[in-house]
Design a protein around this ligand. Structure first.
Ligand code: PHE
Ligand code: NA
Length: 446
């Protein structure tokens, strides 16, 4: 193969892999319900600001560390720390990241399991002719059924760990990226349909006309956590991809493209979902069920609704599949680095995540009365604390490591930009991202 072509194909492969990790439940499920719970446009403004000021620069920092280290996250951090004459304890940042993704994957698998159930129901025409109230009640009944919740969680996690164990993530990514444009197309179709409903104007105003009085320290904290979550930044998961990044690829361009796409997908989903919310007179702050209730209602209004709806859930499933593989990979790689075989590492991780996931899966039934902390049940805790505290803390440390600890020369080479570009990036990380993340964390925690 011609050298230029080969380089082009690997550059593209890198962007596709990072996109696969980034686009997932965060965009289509989490973004709308968190925005709904936090006042709409005020939250959106903060979230976009955090993507630009924290998410994007720190995404570059994270990938850059992997690219400079050319090893697994734990080893890259240890190696680069040694080069800089800094403490070897920086390695623990890699382990902290593995713990963070462990917690995230436990609920990610449960919610992705909901897509399996919805896909099956949709393809069997289960939503045809149902009115909004029936659809809402059906979702409640599903949540309250411990067996179906555990079954779908088990199935999804099994799908994920099989791909990880077999080491065929690359193939799945290719399939994923072949089909993702179709998911975006479906979202556009939905947003187009939304424009014809009488909730559309209200939805746009709710999403884009901020009421600054709605901003509280908690809303700021939620927005920061979501920026990290949706870009898959802060858990050293993207660091692993950096190790395979081709020599001559501009990291800022790649990261910028992924962030743009990620925000775009979230906005489309938001427009579609909130138009339904307002035309049906529903509550935007309805919580984690928002997408699962509104989309069946919206598709039911369209010709061939059952077909579109089942296609949508199938594609969503594919999107979450690649994200969850990215969530599992750092843990499996860490165990493998300690001499355990790939199959065994994947099995061990799968079993542990499955057990942890049971807490989330049963939060709506058997364990609904169990509120160990802040009056929150297990599902609320595990969807909040790792995303809103662990990811920002991890991201903050990644930023400090890349901009203050790493030898300058290594960092610049890995970012793949000239003097002035590097200076700009490092200035933003040093004097904007790090203080901002520290400030929001402090304000939220104290
Ligand atoms: N970015 C993914 C999403 O939006 C979630 C994720 C978080 C994936 C952290 C990997 C690491 O769905
Ligand atoms: Na995302």
């Amino acid at each position: 193969m011609n050298a230029t072509l080969e380089r082009w194909s690997t550059r593209r492969a890198f962007i596709l892999a990072v996109t696969g990790a980034a686009v997932g439940l965060g965009n289509i499920w989490r973004f709308p319900y968190i925005t709904g719970e936090n006042g709409g446009a005020a939250f959106l403004v903060l979230y976009v600001a955090f993507v630009l000021l924290l998410g994007l620069p720190i995404m570059m920092a994270e990938i850059l560390i992997g690219r400079a280290g050319r090893r697994s996250p734990v080893e890259s951090l240890g190696h680069l720390a040694a080069l800089a004459g800094a403490s070897r304890h920086w390695r623990f940042l890699g382990l902290f990241g593995a713990f963070t993704v462990f917690c995230i994957l436990s609920f990610y698998s449960v919610v992705s399991g909901w897509s399996i159930e919805f896909f099956v129901t949709a393809i069997n025409g289960g939503f045809v002719g149902r009115d909004p109230a029936e659809i809402g009640a059906g979702f409640e009944a599903f949540l309250a059924d411990p067996w179906r919740m555990v079954f779908n969680h088990t199935l999804f996690l099994f799908m994920t760990m099989t791909v990880v164990a077999a080491g065929v993530a690359k193939g799945l990514e290719r399939l994923n990226n072949l089909l993702m444009p179709l998911l975006y197309l479906l979202l556009m179709l939905l947003a187009g349909y939304a424009a014809t409903t009488d909730g559309f104007g209200t939805a746009l105003a709710w999403l884009f006309r901020p009421d600054l009085a709605a901003i509280t320290p908690m809303v700021v904290m939620h927005a920061m956590g979501h920026a990290f979550f949706t870009l898959a930044v802060g858990a050293c998961a993207l660091m692993a991809y950096g190790a395979y990044m081709p020599e001559r690829q501009s990291l800022p361009h790649a990261a910028g493209a992924v962030a743009l796409l990620d925000v775009g997908v979230a906005l489309l989903a938001g427009i579609a979902i909130f138009s339904v919310v307002f035309s049906q007179g529903m509550d935007p702050g309805e919580g984690p069920g928002l997408m699962f209730v509104t989309l069946p209602i919206a598709f039911a209004e369209l010709p061939w609704g059952a077909l579109w709806l089942s296609t949508f859930f199938l594609l969503l499933l594919l999107a979450t599949w690649t994200s969850s593989i990215n969530l599992a990979e750092p843990m499996v790689a860490t165990l493998q680095g300690r001499g355990l075989g790939r199959g065994r590492s994947a099995t061990l991780v799968g079993v542990l995540v499955w057990l942890m996931g049971l807490l989330s899966a049963l939060s709506f039934s058997t364990l609904s009365g169990w509120r160990p902390l802040f009056g929150m049940n297990a599902f609320d805790l595990v969807t909040t604390i790792p995303t809103e505290i662990f990811l920002p803390v991890g991201g903050l440390l990644i930023a400090v490591f890349s901009a203050w600890v790493m030898p300058r020369h290594e960092a610049q080479a890995a970012l793949g930009v000239g003097e002035s570009g590097f200076f700009l990036w490092r200035t933003v990380v040093r004097w904007v991202s790090i203080p901002l993340a520290a400030l929001v964390l402090a304000a939220g925690l104290l």
